[in-house]
Design a protein around this ligand. Structure first.
Ligand SMILES: *Cc1c(COP(=O)(O)O)cnc(C)c1O
Length: 959
């Protein structure tokens, strides 16, 4: 026996195939004698980086956690009463541990394969139902990125939907009482698209002129709650559409936007149990009135039926709509905030309507008590009708009051020299109320039941909610912790996530989300920090962020990184806006054409349109690379208007185009900028740097390459990285003092989804430069091993130098489909019977599967996948040979539920054993999907996007 004298290196845990014998086996199959020779052949010399990554040497898990503890300790927690869209909340421990911290939930992928996603789809449907009920609007989506960007999406939706005469050129009016970051984000979008935005106090009525749509906030940032019905009616009278940004907790006691005539409601579900997270990730929501559902951005969960007619959930309408509609897509949002929406929905499931209302009334009661205390000491409270937020006038004393409160561990909102904002929340106690009063020099108030003198303060009678909400049994059943625990477990058991199987999704990089990387995110030192807390309280956060930015610069070869974008799509938009800002700064106002290769991810085109650019598509050559002749022609045709090209590298065809440098040079020569979509960075880290081989700007997906879990469709972080000449055009900070750059923000908070950044920070520290580089090489080896093993069964569509692929490969089923009728979808569904999540289906080439194993899968799991695919190929051959017809085959009837197999009248052309256990190992470890194949089209024809009527689900509640 040898005793291990060396401590375990983290990279050995992160990388799946680390044993020499395994590596040798894989190399042999690919035909190389060393990983380096494989890598040297696959990756073009012209882009290889000359020197290894200069990062800090790898740390152990123990060391990284110690460093993170040190950083957390440099942040100062406080009683967070700043408000402005962010509230402290109690995350019920049962939800924190069993969802937020549970890999069954956080390692899941977006539910494009609905049969293995019924659990998270149900939770998201609960979210939609909750939003729809509280806002009194019939159709809600399954989350957006943050409140400010949700308002921007609503403004764009109004501009698309308002078909009244002159509406297209009319202005958008924002109420002055909107959150400041919302106004800033909307201004940024409007600037790029060239429409007018006016900010006005809508409590005083509408401004003159043609109005496309208005946005109100209830309650406003000042806390004021007033009856919106008259101004909404006036706006409609003038042909405008209406959006209300509303606080979900307040809506349990005040009239819902839908009841006041709003067309759209938006907001955040953060205070439903999601930590402050220094600004995010939080789930934003959007709900619309009937008739607008088909232009609703983001994903919508709908109820459809499976092959046996059982109700089943699936994503409706917009599923992957960017890939289909591209530059005509309704929005560029792809990754949203599924995990946080699920947390918020469970908070509502747990508390129910009465519980939520009780929380709201307690918060409101504290606000009334505080207002009364201040007023009785002669301190002016500006509005008499409020929910949880007060604006207090203290002429010349605001700074002193805020400072006094801070010394007592309480953060208030400094508005200006004369005004202070106070937002109370679920965690507010009578003691806190007394301490806040004291900071203002007011006498302590009563005990929380004494709401002061007379009716000086009260929610205006015409704003009180009278309608019911959350009456569906799902919000009225799981009151005990045992019940909720089992409900959460029951749902997650219906799903396949990374904790049960590899998820070989090309382009999505579903790799290990190490537990040690995840640990810090719920520590109070990180999670309980308000995004607008004074800088003196966020030293640790900013040190972590600056460190990660520097590491990402080193990895990508760019000069500056902004972590603000909340997803890849937002990084794309930020990067394109930087290019736009650059051209404008040089007087090149006519440069608005964006070249995008055919194979690009759909978000690219949608983002270009949002950046005010016009998309021109560049064709693909026979080998999958960019068609150089077509590129030259398009550059020539648009030379003077060329703004940019957006290329993905390595391309979504899974190969390293050898001529990428020349492509970049040609575009540069014509005066254009090069955007490199960095979603495939997992094939580059340590080997090549987009900032060095021709890119001017890129986005990265930290939820792909840098280990932030996918969360079932978010959170994500899509940092934008740029060369120095674009640095002045990076996203600005909505709340920063003037003079910090000319650009408007791309997200509500300065560092976007800061809360999940410790994951990527830890990943880089744990791996070090060498470990990261080895991970890339291992990802290449794994992809090439799969390509080599499966090519004889499913031809690999594109290969590069040495017949090698990059970190993913496309398996072409089109010929098999033509011959047998078996589709790529049949294969995807049949893989479920083998216990696998399907690879990426029909992107970027219809009729294909794109497989990306990542470096984290071990040889055993990769072989299990290969065995399944080979076995499926044999079943396809059985169809070809006439052993059974396609309709009667295990392929077309996949996936098989337990119920479909355990039936007394089995009459299929194949034995049940083949249906359930096509390979023997399944007899031990078998996943049965809860529903059979789902009919997508039927669900779209008859759109149901809230919890279905009770009778359908009666069985759930009667035992
Ligand atoms: C995932 C992906 C995107 C979009 O990223 P999101 O985080 O989902 O918005 C863009 N381009 C490519 C190539 C991708 O794979």
């Amino acid at each position: 026996m040898t005793i291990l004298s060396q401590p375990t290196v983290f990279a050995d845990r992160h990388i799946g195939a680390r044993r020499d014998a395994d590596i040798a086996h894989m190399l042999k199959a690919v035909g190389y004698d060393s990983v380096d020779s494989l890598v040297d052949t696959a990756v073009p010399d012209s882009i290889r980086q000359a020197t290894p990554l200069a990062l800090q040497p790898a740390l152990s898990e123990v060391e990284v956690l110690a460093e993170l503890r040190g950083l957390a300790a440099k942040n100062k927690t406080a009683v967070q009463l700043i408000g402005q869209g962010y509230y402290d909340t109690v995350t019920p421990a049962v939800i924190r541990r069993n969802i937020l911290e549970s890999p069954a939930w956080y390692t899941a992928y977006t539910p494009y394969q609905p049969e293995i996603s019924q659990g998270r789809l149900e939770a998201l449907l609960n979210f939609q139902t909750m939003v729809s009920d509280l806002t009194a609007l019939p159709v809600a989506n399954a989350s957006l990125l943050d409140e400010a960007t949700a308002v921007a999406e609503a403004v764009l939706l109004m501009r698309r939907a308002n078909k009244a005469k002159g509406a297209a050129d009319a202005k958008t009016v924002l109420d002055a009482d909107l959150l400041p970051q919302t106004i800033a984000v909307v201004r940024g979008r409007a600037e790029a698209l060239g429409f007018e935005v006016e900010v006005a106090d809508l409590a005083l009525g509408l401004p003159d002129g043609d109005i496309n749509g208005i946005v109100l906030q209830q309650p406003g940032v000042s806390g004021r709650v007033f009856n919106h019905a008259p101004v909404i009616a006036a706006a409609k009278e003038r042909g405008a559409l209406v959006t209300v940004a509303a606080d979900l907790l307040a809506l349990t006691v005040i009239t819902a936007p839908g009841e006041q005539g709003a067309d759209i409601a938006v907001g955040t579900a953060q205070r439903f149990g999601v930590p402050l997270f220094f600004g995010g990730p939080h789930a934003a929501y959007m709900a619309v009135r009937k008739g607008m559902e088909r232009s609703l951005p983001g994903r919508i969960v709908g109820v459809s039926a499976d092959s046996t007619g059982l109700p089943a959930y699936r994503l409706a309408l917009q599923t992957r709509e960017q890939h289909i509609r591209r530059e005509k897509a309704t929005s560029n949002i792809c990754t949203a905030q599924a995990l946080l929406a699920i947390v918020a929905s469970m908070y509502a499931v747990y508390h129910g309507p009465a519980g939520l209302k009780a929380i709201a009334e307690t918060v409101h009661g504290h606000a009334l008590t505080l207002a009364a205390a201040l007023q009785s000491s002669g301190i002016e409270v500006l509005h008499t009708s409020f929910f949880d937020t007060l604006t207090v006038r203290v002429p010349g004393r605001a700074g002193a009051v805020v400072e006094l409160a801070e010394r007592d561990g309480i953060n208030l909102r400094p508005i200006d020299a004369d005004h202070v904002g106070i937002s109370l929340d679920e965690t507010t106690t009578a003691d806190i109320v007394a301490r806040v009063a004291a900071a203002f020099g007011a006498a302590p108030a009563g005990d929380g039941t004494d709401h002061g003198t007379g009716a000086a303060f009260a929610l205006a009678a015409d704003t009180l909610r009278t309608s019911d909400y959350l009456s569906h049994p799902i919000f009225n059943t799981h009151r005990s912790e045992t019940q909720l625990l089992r409900y959460i477990r029951r749902l997650s058991d219906r799903d396949l996530a990374l904790d049960r199987t590899m998820i070989p999704l090309g382009s999505c990089t579903m790799k290990l989300n190490a537990t040690a990387e995840m640990e810090a995110i719920s520590w109070p030192g990180f999670a309980s920090i308000h995004p607008f807390a004074p800088d003196s309280q966020t030293v640790g956060w900013r040190e972590l962020i600056a460190g990660l930015e520097a590491d990402l610069c080193e990895i990508t070869g760019y000069d500056q990184v902004s972590l603000q974008p909340n997803a890849g799509s937002q990084g794309e938009l930020a990067g394109l806006l930087a290019i736009r800002g650059y051209h404008l700064s040089r007087g090149d106002v006519q440069r608005t054409i964006c070249l995008i290769p055919q194979s690009a991810h759909g978000t690219n085109a949608a983002s270009a349109v949002l950046a005010g650019m016009k998309v021109v598509v560049v064709g693909t050559a026979g080998d999958g690379a960019i068609d150089r002749a077509d590129l030259a022609a398009k550059i020539e045709a648009h030379k003077d208007q060329l703004a940019a090209i957006m290329i993905t590298y390595p391309s979504t065809h899974g190969v390293y185009d050898a001529d990428v440098r020349e492509v970049c040079e040609e575009v540069h020569a014509a005066g254009g900028q090069v955007y490199v979509d960095g979603a495939n960075l997992n094939a580059l880290v340590g080997l090549a740097q987009p900032g060095k081989f021709g890119g001017d700007v890129s986005h990265l997906n930290l939820h792909k390459t840098f280990c932030i879990p996918h969360g079932g469709g978010g959170p994500g972080v899509g940092p934008v990285a740029a060369k120095a000449h674009l640095a002045p055009f990076m996203p600005g900070d909505a709340n920063a003092a003037a003079g910090t750059g000319s650009m408007l923000p791309i997200s509500a908070s300065r560092f976007g989804s800061a809360g999940v950044l410790p994951i990527s920070w830890a990943y880089v520290k744990l791996m070090g430069g060498q470990g990261l580089t080895e991970a890339t090489k291992s990802a290449l080896l794994a992809a090439n091993y799969i390509a080599a093993q499966l090519d004889a069964h499913f031809p690999v569509l594109y290969t590069g130098a040495g017949e090698l692929v990059a970190h993913e490969c496309i398996l072409d089923l089109r010929e098999l489909t033509a011959k047998t009728g078996v589709t790529a979808e049949d294969v995807a569904k049949r893989l479920i019977d083998y216990g696998f999540h399907a690879p990426t289906l029909s992107f970027p080439v219809a009729g294909t599967l794109m497989v990306e194993p990542t470096e984290s899968e071990d040889l055993g799991e990769i072989n299990r996948f290969i065995t399944a695919m080979v076995s499926i190929r044999q079943e396809i051959d059985q169809v070809a040979d006439g052993a059974f017809t396609l309709a009667d085959s295990p392929l077309r009837n996949a996936p098989h539920t337990a119920a479909s197999l355990i039936t007394s009248d089995w009459d299929r052309g194949y034995p049940r054993e083949q249906g359930a256990f096509p390979v023997d190992s399944l007899r031990q470890d078998k996943y049965f999907p809860p529903v059979g194949r789902i009919d997508g089209a039927a669900g779209d024809r008859n759109l149901v996007c809230s919890c279905p009527p009770i009778e359908d689900f009666a069985a759930d509640f009667t035992n």
